[in-house]
Write a protein that binds this ligand. Structure first.
Ligand SMILES: [Zn+2]
Length: 99
């Protein structure tokens, strides 16, 4: 599965901006208020792909296509939410993280 870092490396300027913005949703208040917690951001990007893939388990043959499509969807999601300056990472919301 693609990592957030790979998405950044391979992405266009828009994608890079969206990845930075997603990282910025993962600050650690009081500890590293200016530096994104990339480990958590990575984790949440992976969860996001898994959520998009849905409960399609057990995955049938042709899984690669499903994963690739989910990865594209996840990148599309980052680009879409990046238009909203005050969005919150849905995985953080789900896990009850406070910004
Ligand atoms: Zn998150």
């Amino acid at each position: 599965m693609i990592t957030l870092h790979e998405v950044y490396e391979q992405g266009s300027d828009d994608v890079k901006a969206a990845v930075r913005s997603f990282g910025a949703r993962h600050l650690i208040p009081g500890v590293a208020p200016d530096e994104p917690d990339w480990k958590r951001a990575e984790q949440h990007f992976t969860y996001l792909i898994e959520v998009i893939m849905g409960a399609a388990a057990p995955l049938p043959a042709g899984t690669t296509d499903i994963v690739r499509r989910a990865e594209q969807e996840a990148i599309g999601f980052l680009l879409a939410v990046d238009l909203h300056t005050d969005y919150r990472c849905p995985i953080c919301v789900k896990q009850g993280f406070l910004r």
